[in-house]
Every structure is written in C-alpha cells, then in structure tokens.
Design a protein around this ligand. Structure first.
Ligand code: ADP
Ligand code: 5GP
Length: 193
C-alpha cells in the first residue's frame, strides 16, 4: 500500500484550536512551529487591543476600532468572538472557510470562550490545551514578558484560573516545558508531516 493511501485512510483533523492561559507560550510555540513548517496556516484574528511593540497590522492581528469590530459581528463575519481581559478578539470566518474548503489544515489560537464556540459550531474540530508547568511559572512568564501593566496582568491571571479549570473540556493537553517539544507534539496532532 502506498504511503499516500495509508495516510489517506487515517482521519486527518482539519481544524485545530490551541488555547491556554495568557503567558503560557502559545504565540512562542506557534512561531517556532512555523519556522519548521511555514506552510501551516494560522488564522489572523481581529482585535480591539492596541498593538504591542513589534506587532504589525495583518501579521499578529488585524487591529481594528470598536466600531469596526461591531460591524464584523453585525455582518456575521466572525466564526467566533469573545471579550478577553477588556478587549475583543474574533476569528474572520471567510479565510478559515476557504482553507478548509481547500482541504488544508487550519490552526486557531484563541481563548477558552472561543474554543467553546468552535466546539459548538464544528464538533469535529480538535481542541488542544497548552498548560504551564506550574502556576508560579505561568506568573513568571506573563510578568517577564513585560508587555502588560500590573492591572492587566491581574485580569489575565484571573482569566487564567478559569481557563486552567476548563482543561478537561479539551481533547488533548500539552505542557509547555520545552517549546521545541510542544511544537513537535502539536504538529503531530495536526498530522502535518
Ligand atoms: P501567550 O501567547 O500564551 O500569551 P507568549 O508566547 O507570549 O504567551 O509567551 C509568554 C512568555 O513566556 C514569553 O516571554 C516567552 O518568551 C516565554 N516562554 C514561552 N514558552 C516558554 C518556555 N517553554 N519556557 C520558558 N519561557 C517560555
Ligand atoms: P493577547 O492579547 O495576549 O494577544 O491574547 C489574549 C487572548 O486572546 C489569548 O488567550 C488569545 O488566545 C486570545 N485570542 C486571540 N485571538 C482570538 C480570537 O480570534 N478569538 C478568541 N476567542 N480569542 C482570541
């Protein structure tokens, strides 16, 4: 049996959702994964949050105003959206649908509320939870990133407690001890080879 046939016989999950508390290392893992496999397509979300230093519109996010976000919601252009720690974030529906229609694997990096909406809308999606090695390490990473004020860090840590409590809702948990290991494990779950 040829490799293509045997691989074709395995069900290939097409939509993978990566969630986990702020600061756990989601962006770092995805960035590393894409240096190894640049062809893995990651949805670029819309957000009302201000760009961090170094972030570029259309690359990490589509940075939009509150009014523009309202319109995206009203026009049904978001596959899911949520408010997280004072800002809104959403997944543009069209680009995801185009990739799925082309049979390409799709990766969403979104929060717990978004992951739940995707599960409702697309029960076949694979939900992956990225967990920190410990609570102390999560606090260290979030604080050490140095991108948020103490007040915003507190809001994100409050959200993190809720997200960590929901880990069992996910199909898989990966513990982010080593970025390289987790990136490899995520690729394996997405069946990208
Ligand atoms: P998230 O996207 O989940 O909010 P980031 O990718 O921004 O998190 O990572 C938060 C901080 O933790 C960053 O400073 C990053 O360099 C660091 N970090 C990520 N993964 C690891 C790891 N495995 N070990 C140590 N530090 C890490
Ligand atoms: P950050 O501000 O740190 O980039 O992201 C904050 C949180 O919003 C993270 O948990 C991130 O995964 C989540 N997020 C990013 N984009 C989206 C999105 O399109 N939808 C939802 N629901 N959450 C998102």
């Amino acid at each position: 049996m040829s490799e293509a046939v045997s691989r074709g016989a395995t069900r290939r999950p097409r939509l993978t959702v990566l969630s986990g508390p702020s600061g756990v290392g989601k962006s770092t893992v995805v960035a590393h994964m894409r240096t190894v496999h640049p062809e893995v397509w990651l949805s670029v979300s819309a957000t009302t949050r201000a760009p961090r230093p170094g972030e570029r519109d259309g690359v990490q996010y589509h940075f939009v105003s509150d009014d523009a976000f309202d319109k995206l919601v009203a026009n049904g252009e978001l596959l899911e959206w949520a408010e997280f720690a004072g800002n809104r974030y959403g997944t543009p529906r069209g680009a995801v649908q185009d990739r799925l229609a082309a049979g390409e694997p799709v990766l969403l990096e979104i929060d717990l509320q978004g992951a739940r909406q995707v599960r409702e809308a697309m029960p076949e999606a694979q939900l992956v939870f990225l967990a920190p090695p410990s609570w102390e390490e999560l606090v260290r990473r979030l604080t050490g990133r140095g991108t948020e004020s103490p007040e915003v860090i507190e809001r994100r840590l409050a959200a993190a407690r809720v997200e960590l409590a929901a880990e069992e809702e996910f199909d898989e948990t990966l513990v982010n001890t080593s970025v390289q290991d987790v990136a490899r494990e995520l690729l394996a779950l997405m069946q990208v080879d």
